[in-house]
Ligand binder design. Structure first.
Ligand code: ADP
Ligand code: GLC
Length: 483
């Protein structure tokens, strides 16, 4: 049995801002069949400590963790062990995980996630008697400092470690003036340590200190060697190229299955696709869209940001309606995009409808009732919504980047003849490329046999955790088993 400490800033079902939480929440179950026992460490946000009951077990106390009193509490996430860093001065506050209710980052995020890393390194180093680990798996910049603290600790040699990059765009950069407060020895402030262009980078700290680096798709693992995707860390990625790999995310087949999804009006499967229509009619009614079986109902479930190409979709909204399409969008994010989509809906009543907000159950109903899901991302480390689309027979229309390139098979002539096409891909996120992809999708939709073939091929594809769980287990074993 390999004991792994998974260190992350969010995990379903407790706290989520994006796909990171889905993945961290799924990993313990995905790894269990492979002889890996995974314990997850999370910050003690209110939503996390609330699940621990009135008298949680206290495993350790820090009088001062970067100046804050803190405790390590024991709990459960699903059937798996959970550790919670309870430090009220850092995490017990109203608002988001990383910022206040208006979306502004907390000014002390450096301290919140340095303390988190310090505590994680202590736990990995054996601060709790009887709790030992063989390997650390850190996720994203919020967990990056864990690996720097254990690498520069005088206590002993570091455990083997893996860091997974879920998104290079978020790196945790701070000024060098904070360095003394981190409590690291002077040699840590070096080019192969946590130093980055004269300041400090928490993600770089992790990337420079980990035994292995993974990201969430093979294509993104290649893309981040280039400046446009590496976002300043491409040099480090290239220098460590042989230790960087891509393992595509899975989806939880128990949650994302149209045959058993309690959120749906009507259950269906690839064999009984006709039953899907009841979900489409219900979705049209819910969004106040025209009923029109000849016109594909496009859906979007997304953060409304530049990464996701939502500005380009907004530009193409009139074209989408002009070629006979309809659009139902669920998302939140940039204020200008939110109001832009509201304006598009006002221009096209019955054809475009928008829900600003976050609504898990609605996202399930949209996948079951929509014909095609749009994911026009400028970059996408993996992407989960196209995988949900595949599972629900909601055909993905995606840009050819990152995990979108690896998980969707474009409906070109050869793929269609072989019956393996699952969606539509386009190159480069611009008005014209997206508009052409939308037109191509409408033509495919108007050929019912071709469309059913796309739906069935997607629904038959296996994006459960089976394969990727095994890939992580193999990676852990390569680092922990000494010959
Ligand atoms: P990212 O993590 O970059 O936002 P992913 O595709 O990996 O992108 O994951 C996004 C996750 O968040 C998915 O589980 C998706 O269904 C969910 N999601 C995004 N926006 C919303 C929303 N407005 N309502 C419900 N779920 C959403
Ligand atoms: C990030 C990426 C997304 C990925 C998710 C989970 O949020 O933007 O592409 O699917 O992490 O790995």
């Amino acid at each position: 049995m390999t004991n792994v400490l998974s260190v992350a800033s969010e995990a379903v079902p407790l706290v989520k801002t994006g796909g990171l939480a889905d993945v961290v929440g799924a990993l313990p179950e995905a790894l269990a069949p492979h002889g890996v026992a995974m314990t997850t460490l999370l910050p003690g946000y209110p939503a996390v400590t609330a699940t621990l009951g009135k008298k949680p077990k206290v495993l350790h106390k820090w009088e001062s963790l970067l100046g804050e009193p803190a405790r390590l509490l024991a709990g459960k996430i699903g059937a798996h062990p959970l550790l919670v860093l309870d430090a009220p001065g850092l995490y017990a506050r109203e608002g988001g995980l990383y910022g206040d209710a208006t979306g502004r980052d907390w000014a002390d995020n450096w301290k919140r996630f340095a303390a988190f890393g310090r505590a994680a390194a202590d736990v990995a180093g054996g601060v709790v008697k009887g709790l030992g680990f063989d390997l650390i798996h850190a996720h994203d910049w919020q967990a990056g400092m864990t690996l720097a603290y254990q690498r520069f600790s005088p206590a002993g040699p570091p455990l083997p470690s893996v860091i997974t990059i879920h998104n290079m765009a978020f790196q945790g950069h701070y000024g060098a003036d904070l360095f003394p407060a981190l409590g690291l020895p002077p040699q840590a402030m070096a080019i192969d340590g946590i130093e980055y262009h004269g300041g400090i980078s928490f993600l770089k700290a992790g990337l420079a200190s980990a035994s292995r680096i993974t990201t969430v798709s093979p294509t993104y693992a290649r893309e981040i060697r280039e400046p446009g995707f590496g976002m300043g860390l491409e040099g480090l990625i290239r220098a460590r190229e042989s230790e960087v790999s891509g393992i595509v995310n899975g989806i939880d087949a128990a949650v994302w299955n149209p045959a058993s999804d309690p959120a749906l009006k009507a259950a269906y499967s690839g064999k009984a696709l006709a039953k899907r229509a009841a979900n489409s009619r219900a979705l049209e009614a819910e969004f106040g869209l025209e009923k029109n079986g000849d016109s594909p109902l496009f859906i979007v479930i997304s953060r409304l940001t530049w990464q996701k190409g939502m500005d380009v979709l907004l530009e193409a909204a009139d074209h989408l309606v002009g070629i006979g399409g309809r659009l139902a969008l669920l998302g939140s994010g940039d204020a200008a995009l939110e109001s832009g989509f509201h304006a598009a809906a006002a221009r096209h009543p019955g054809r475009i409808a928008v829900r600003i907000g976050y609504d898990e159950a609605l996202s399930h109903r949209m996948l079951a009732g929509g014909d095609a899901i749009l994911v026009p991302s400028r970059f996408e480390p993996c992407g989960l919504t196209q995988l949900y689309g595949l599972a629900y027979g909601c055909v993905p229309v995606v840009s050819r980047t990152g995990g979108l390139a690896d998980t969707v098979i474009d409906a070109n002539l050869a793929a269609r003849q072989a019956g393996v096409a699952t969606g539509v891909q386009f190159d480069g996120v611009r008005y014209q490329t997206l508009a052409d992809a939308l037109t191509r999708t409408v033509h495919l939709f108007r050929d019912p046999a071709a469309w059913r073939s796309l739906q069935r091929a997607g629904m038959g594809a296996d994006f459960s955790w089976r394969g990727s769980g095994g890939a992580y287990a193999d990676l852990y074993k390569s680092l922990t088993v000494t010959a």
